[in-house]
Design a protein around this ligand. Structure first.
Ligand code: GLU
Length: 430
């Protein structure tokens, strides 16, 4: 990850671009440039060999005008405060883009979870919740999974919080295992939300899926599901990568086979599986950077931030970039992609499916009434399609890029919230 620019400063710069198109007063905009609460904690964890190790973690609540803070917790060795602030800011905008009643928050712990045993991971997860318990809650701030955290970790965290609160509190966290109050459809919701955006674009561009070549950078939860859903509709997924590198085949991969081997062996392999028997197929080996520069139609960055920068933006050949990761494109790269007339479906819209189904999970936890999968997916599709089309129309009407349109759309909603408590123009009758 390039650390040349402060990622939070880079992120909030987008607000200034969107400001003139949004219905928001400058004082409300100023509020959004400053996170509301920043917590830094040290988490002591007893390791399996008996030693004590201290991990550092953060929780940032960026803004809670529209509802409690909402956003994931990531476990990654490169986590830093500026990144968590940027991620929390994106959550504020993301929840507003899709119109769900939450503000934005994010958490992170500096750790390489692959180096921990299962017991150490559980102790770290519970320890983090003990440190931030006073700052979260179903009406305060509601965490969820993010990079390298999963449903089981959310279950441990909910259990720990419930012990502290001395009452079962499923609505404190989303993305939980189904038997502990998770929602059906939360596991594939991020990928599915991006897929629903692409289905709307498919109609607008009159695409024949069989002719559309797609590359997916990052084959974790979100990347796998968007690839699977597009593959089921006949799109050609010609390249896929994980943190170790990628594979390319011009005729497209059988995505269920790749998912099966990746999840069983933790390795991305070019294979075709008949039942449980998998055979190797021909594929070129790619570096992660090479995948981004392929001659394809749709590029889906679904890994980490700062992947498309001023260094490689000029080499991107896709016509459409769908940001399933948070913050994969820097603001400098954005301008280059815009000049190249590449349509970027921005992260705060393209990956909002995850938090939307998190909202459904929170609603189900609070009412104690659980929905069928069809109900979850139908409601998700309705929100994603409506908001995609609203942002798309705003973009065309104002002749701006889709990111600026998405920020303007979300800023107007956040602005309405802030302004309804009164701003200078109300109090001074100006
Ligand atoms: N970590 C996910 C995101 O960045 C999900 C957040 C949530 O469900 O609260 O959108």
């Amino acid at each position: 990850m390039s650390q040349t620019r402060d990622i939070f400063e880079d992120a909030i710069q987008r607000l200034d671009d969107a400001f003139k198109y949004a219905n928001i007063e400058s004082e409300a905009l100023e509020i959004l440039k400053h996170p509301k609460i920043i917590i830094q904690v040290s988490i002591p964890v007893r390791m399996d060999d008996g030693t004590l190790k201290i991990f550092e973690g953060y929780r940032v609540r960026h803004n809670d005008t529209r509802g409690p803070g909402k956003g994931g917790i990531r476990f990654h060795h490169q986590v830093n405060l500026s990144e968590v602030k940027a991620l929390a800011f994106w959550m504020t905008c993301k929840c507003a883009v899709v119109g769900i009643p939450f503000g934005g928050a994010k958490g992170g712990v500096i750790v390489n979870p692959k180096e921990l045993s299962k017991l150490e991971l559980e102790r770290l997860s519970r320890g983090f919740i003990r440190q931030i318990a006073d700052f979260i809650g179903p009406e305060i701030d509601i965490p969820a999974p993010d990079v390298y955290t999963n449903a089981m970790i959310m279950g441990w965290m909910m259990d720990e919080y419930s012990k502290i609160a001395r009452r079962r509190t499923p609505a404190v966290i989303t993305g939980k295992p189904i038997p502990l109050g998770g929602s059906l459809g939360r596991d594939d919701a991020t990928g599915r939300g991006a897929y629903y955006c692409l289905k709307e674009l498919e109609v607008k561009r009159n695409w024949n899926p069989g002719e559309i070549k797609v590359a997916v950078q990052g084959f974790g939860n979100a990347g796998q599901h968007v690839a699977r859903l597009l593959h089921e509709d006949g799109y050609k997924i010609v390249a896929v990568s994980d943190s170790k590198g990628g594979i390319y085949n011009s005729s497209g991969f059988d995505i269920p086979s790749l998912i099966k081997t990746k999840n069983e062996s933790k390795q991305l392999k070019a294979v075709y599986c008949h039942g449980s028997v998998c055979e190797a197929i021909t594929a070129d080996i790619l570096k992660n950077e090479e995948l981004l520069e392929l001659d394809i139609d749709v590029l889906i960055p679904a890994a980490l931030e700062n992947q498309i920068t001023k260094k490689n933006a000029d080499k991107i050949r896709a016509n459409v970039v769908v940001e399933v990761a948070n913050g994969p494109t820097t603001s400098e790269a954005d301008r280059i992609l815009k000049d190249k007339k590449i349509l970027v479906i921005p992260d705060i819209l393209a990956n909002a499916g995850g938090v939307t189904v998190s909202y459904f999970e929170w609603v189900q936890n609070k009412t104690g009434y659980y929905w069928q999968i069809d109900e979850v997916n139908t409601k998700l599709q309705k929100i994603m399609s409506t908001e995609f089309n609203a942002v798309y129309s705003f973009m065309t009407e104002n002749n701006i890029d889709m990111r600026t349109a998405a920020y303007a759309h979300s800023l107007s909603r956040i602005g309405q919230g802030i302004q309804s408590l009164g701003t200078k123009s109300y109090f001074t009758d100006e």
